[in-house]
Write a protein that binds this ligand. Structure first.
Ligand code: GTQ
Length: 344
């Protein structure tokens, strides 16, 4: 592939004439815009240890009252993507949110899609489109685009969860905005999708057809992983996709989620894919090798893998299984026709 001309090679007065006309020549940037063979990514492998973020978040609880925060969140800024970028990847935002007993994060709705992975605490709920979703550690709770949501904490002790949003994408698209609402009148969450393979038969359609299930209980996910493990060969990865039970699609338009289990001592090479992926450790400790970088993680740690990276996970414990939840941006890439996978 031939070397292309640089900006510096052009006469100064020509460059000035281009700039005055809001023009730039393509050729000095062509190889960066369309790199030969594989894309560039600024997303760095990043590790967010629970031991680091938890005390900083509790300190935020002392420093900033809810009225001054609305959402009390510390957000990961991927060191590869520039200063204060609030991005885990090009699509994914990751934040750790704290709600203290008696506090309410007020009702609003917004264009970005969000999901919560509960990390610590009991007695809080997220009310989504009127449905009261209790929050237990490990639960995955959806607040999809456009749906009203608020968080209330009626228990004791801090309540902490990981927010996963497609906010960077919405900002990039100039489509990010929110609308404030009045407090919702919650109704109990219907338990309509508790049995695999059975969905409610409704004549006349559903009121919220796109998002029939808002809360994926960790208890059920863990039981399903353990059941799958019984019929999975020892060297194979035990992984379940979270799906919309009515369609089989990813739970959100832009983000896919899965639950993983590694047996004691097990190592898993995950299929290499073009979408960036983040992992949250629900329980256990181990090692990850991502694009030749190694990190050690424990319970409640979070880490990011850039798109295209080879990811190997290991359970460091000889006695206990390891459980993780992952989120990735593959639905965006699939819809745009640019999703790719390679052998691990
Ligand atoms: O809980 O609604 O981390 O609106 C960022 C924006 C959480 C939320 C975030 C939000 C929320």
């Amino acid at each position: 592939m031939s070397q292309l001309g640089s900006l510096e090679e052009l006469p100064q007065e020509y460059r000035q004439a281009l700039a005055a006309a809001n023009l730039v020549p393509l050729w000095p940037s062509l190889r960066a815009l369309l790199p030969p063979g594989s894309p560039a990514t600024a997303t760095a492998v990043t590790h967010l240890p629970w031991q680091v973020i938890r005390p900083l978040l509790l300190r935020a609880g002392e420093l900033t009252p809810m009225e001054k925060a609305e959402r009390r969140v510390l957000v990961l800024s991927n060191p590869g993507r520039g200063l204060d970028n609030l991005q885990a990847s090009s699509v994914i935002y990751l934040g750790m949110q704290l709600v203290l007993p008696g506090e309410v994060a007020p009702n609003h709705r917004h264009t970005p899609n969000a999901a919560r992975i509960v990390v610590e605490g009991q007695g809080a709920c997220t009310i989504v489109d009127g449905d009261k979703c209790p929050m237990e550690p490990g639960d995955l709770i959806l607040t999809p685009t456009g749906l009203w949501h608020e968080h209330r904490h009626e228990g004791t002790g801090p309540m902490i969860w990981l927010d996963v949003l497609d906010l960077p994408l919405m900002v990039y698209l100039d489509r990010s905005y929110a609308i404030e609402g009045q407090p919702q009148r919650p109704r109990p969450l219907p338990a309509a999708y508790g049995a695999g393979g059975l969905v409610p038969l409704r004549h006349g359609g559903r009121s919220r057809a796109d998002y029939p299930l808002l809360r994926y209980e960790w208890r059920a996910a863990r039981r399903a992983l353990e059941a799958l493990a019984e019929s999975t060969p020892a060297n194979q990865t035990i992984e379940l996709a979270y799906v919309n039970p009515e369609t089989g699609d990813a739970p959100l338009n832009t983000l896919a989620f899965s639950a993983l289990m590694l047996r004691p001592g097990q190592e898993a090479a995950l299929p290499r894919m073009s979408a960036a992926r983040v992992f949250h450790v629900v329980q256990g400790a181990g090692k990850a090798t991502i694009a030749a970088q190694t990190l050690s993680y424990g319970t409640a740690d979070t880490f990011c893998a850039p798109g295209g990276a080879a990811v190997r996970l290991a359970n460091a414990s000889a006695g206990e299984p390891l459980f993780l939840i992952s989120a990735d941006e593959s639905p965006v890439q699939r819809k745009l026709g640019v999703f790719e996978t390679w052998d691990a």
